[in-house]
Design a protein around this ligand. Structure first.
Ligand SMILES: *Cc1c(COP(=O)(O)O)cnc(C)c1O
Length: 370
């Protein structure tokens, strides 16, 4: 007789499902028999990491017979110096994703609530569910932007954690620091608020410094090396929190949760600020160009503050399929209740040219058929 493993698993397993990532390039190549594809599905840095980070990984490769520093002392020191904060306030993880999960798991379990925006990053909902906590998804007032008023009202005595992505993925919206501080002031002081700044580098000039501006005892600001820094494949991210919160989260962490090459790469990448700023500037120029084209083509889904743009069209499913036929991988957003949207990462100029040419083609074909 077959064993019903689901019945044996923790109760929250039945409602859980695996995170659906952007389609990997190799998978599309295999599916379509293509020799070349452009992935615009996961908001990666299309230029690659800093050459200094690549060199650090090369050097680290000869040392991987040793465990990494479990406490990531050198990396934490580098991050602390970068932010001019004490190192005991830094939490590092296998991607900021792990940091987010650790925070939620440390504070929320069965009977507790985790509040987030309905069209916020899906990982908050998944992490809350995995922890056995109850996720509370608050609708956006305008369909895209966090409704901070409603989110504050959703907080009650069961609420342990609130999650906000700023800029938000997938909607690309940005909250200013004044609005965020107003929101924090409405909350009980002991509610943990995760401010997920995965796209911070793309809005640094516009937003200002949340770390030095915002005040709330339970504030945890997370950043990642996966987006602007170009180290998504290394899996490395971090958060800044109250030292007592950071110490608690350490209890839930695996002993060696950040690999040796990842630690080395992140230290080198952080030191090469010039390189990151140049790539961010390239990306912002290209994002403006792509948004202008989407407007011209009348498929504009609204302004994005991240390294991605939003395409909106009733035939988005067909557009996605046609893009994939042409070797371009977009990110459908049906899972966020945004069935008529596609999220398109900003690629290199050549990649974006390919996307734009494909879109002109696809829309012309759709029009001539209708
Ligand atoms: C990409 C992304 C992350 C980063 O994930 P990593 O685990 O650091 O690669 C976190 N939050 C949001 C909103 C993202 O879009």
């Amino acid at each position: 007789m077959r064993i019903d493993w689901l019945a044996r698993a923790v109760p929250q397993a039945s409602a859980l499902y695996p995170y659906v990532p952007g389609k990997p390039i190799e998978v599309l190549l295999r599916e379509k028999g293509l020799s070349h594809a452009v992935k615009l599905a996961s908001n990666e840095n299309p230029y690659g990491p800093s050459p200094k980070a690549v060199e650090a990984i090369r050097k680290a490769a000869g040392e991987v017979h040793r465990y990494p520093d479990g406490d990531a002392g050198a990396l934490k020191a580098a991050i602390a110096a970068f932010h001019q904060l004490p190192a005991d306030r830094i939490i590092v993880g296998n991607g900021s994703n792990e940091v987010l999960e650790l925070i939620i798991r440390t504070f929320a379990g069965p009977g507790d609530e985790v509040v987030y925006s309905w069209r916020g990053f899906i990982v908050y909902a998944l992490a809350a569910q995995a922890a056995g906590a109850t996720g509370v998804a608050v609708p956006e007032a305008d369909g895209l932007t966090h409704d901070l008023q409603a989110m504050a009202q959703a907080v009650n005595e069961k609420t342990k954690v609130v999650c906000i992505a700023n800029p938000n993925n997938p909607t690309g919206t940005l909250l200013d620091l004044t609005s965020l501080q107003g929101f924090l002031d409405l909350l009980p002081r002991d509610v943990v608020v995760i401010l997920d700044e995965a796209y911070y580098e793309f809005v640094a000039d516009e937003l200002g410094d949340s770390l030095t501006t915002l005040t709330h005892p339970g504030l945890v600001v997370s950043r990642t090396f996966s987006k602007a820094y170009g180290l998504a494949g290394c899996r490395i991210g971090y958060a800044v929190a109250d030292a007592a919160i950071a110490a608690l989260i350490n209890r839930f962490r695996e002993p060696f949760n950040v690999s040796l090459p990842a630690q080395a790469a992140a230290i080198a990448a952080l030191a090469d600020g010039e390189w990151v700023r140049a790539r961010v500037a390239d990306t912002l120029v290209e994002r403006d160009r792509m948004e202008a084209v989407l407007q011209q083509l009348q498929v504009y889904g609204g302004h994005s503050h991240g390294n991605f743009v939003l395409l909106r069209h009733a035939g988005s499913r067909q557009i996605a399929a046609s893009l994939e036929d042409r070797g371009i991988i977009p990110r459908p957003l049906a899972g966020y209740g945004m069935a008529d949207y596609l999220r398109i990462s900003v690629g290199t100029a050549a990649e974006n040219d390919a996307f734009i040419a494909a879109m002109q083609d696809i829309l012309a074909a759709m029009e001539s058929r209708s």
